[in-house]
Write a protein that binds this ligand. Sequence first.
Ligand SMILES: Nc1nc2c(ncn2[C@@H]2O[C@H](COP(=O)(O)OP(=O)(O)O)[C@@H](O)[C@H]2O)c(=O)[nH]1
Ligand SMILES: [Mg+2]
Ligand SMILES: [Zn+2]
Length: 317
Amino acid sequence: MASTITGEVLFGINSIYTVASGGLRYQCRIKGKKVRENARSYNPIAPGDQVELVPDDYHPQEAMISAVLPRRTRLVRWNKKGRAPQVLAANADIAVCVTSPASPPFRPRFIDRLIVAAETGGLVPVVVLNKNDLCPSADVTERLAHYRGMGYRTLACSALTGEGLGELVDLLTRQLAVFVGQSGVGKSSLLNALCPGAAMRVGALSEKHDRGNHTTIVSILLEMNDGLRVIDTPGIRELELADVLPDEIGFHFRDFAPFMQACSFQPCLHDGSPQCAVAAAVDAGEIHPDRYESYLRILQELRESRKGMYGRIFRDG
Ligand SMILES: Nc1nc2c(ncn2[C@@H]2O[C@H](COP(=O)(O)OP(=O)(O)O)[C@@H](O)[C@H]2O)c(=O)[nH]1
Ligand SMILES: [Mg+2]
Ligand SMILES: [Zn+2]
């Protein structure tokens, strides 16, 4: 039997995965049902996954993926079309939530969701405000300061003017980041500003395999100059959560933490139970009402849908 080697998945399109190993790139298919049905997810293998490869003796750039090594972290969302959890990135250290002050508008609820998804998957969330050249409103500035006040790292920058890009490079150095955000916030532009040609590579890939116009359609791990490594993801309109249990959400709203223990009925889901200290803190102006609204919506969504069924499959499995 051929000996196996270990590699890192860069991206996968139509069940062909491009895997980097020892300075080479292999085109790989999955070998066996075990890997293919990995964790009942939409995609069995994600960018950033460490995999075992069996190189093809006759085709030097081809191999079979025989196993996926355990993931250190995972960023998961609910894939609506596929009706299953989708791993956007594996083994990334930080989840960079890219936002913009306008076009598209700033959406703190998206940030709140990404924070929950990131923290439950073992990643550190960071909030990046791109298009800072568009002069953010007082409202946007205030919400960013609020995230900062809660202890989240925030960073304002502009792919257009270059503002803040040095700080972004510092953030990305020596750790694997995944960029997540609504379509149009400038994820690809930022990557392109950091490494000219990066977006073109993504665009070319997307064009070759789908509809074109340089839109990112698959997640891809980009290896840039100076060893920077970033996973770019397709624009996400709604970040629906999966792989999270309803009673876990509260722990990822860290502004709730000082109050949660004081709720009269434990465990409390803070959605209308009597003498809920979190709801009282919202009324008293100690918790931002929009954060509470975010929380309630996520809770509602997890309860209603079949997604609850998938609670924690990745972490238990
Ligand atoms: N004013 C301004 N426009 C930007 C900036 N970054 C990106 N854009 C524009 O926003 C649009 C979407 O950018 P793109 O990188 O494709 O966004 P993505 O969908 O998040 O990858 C493009 O027209 C960019 O030129 C920025 O910093 N400032
Ligand atoms: Mg893009
Ligand atoms: Zn409560």
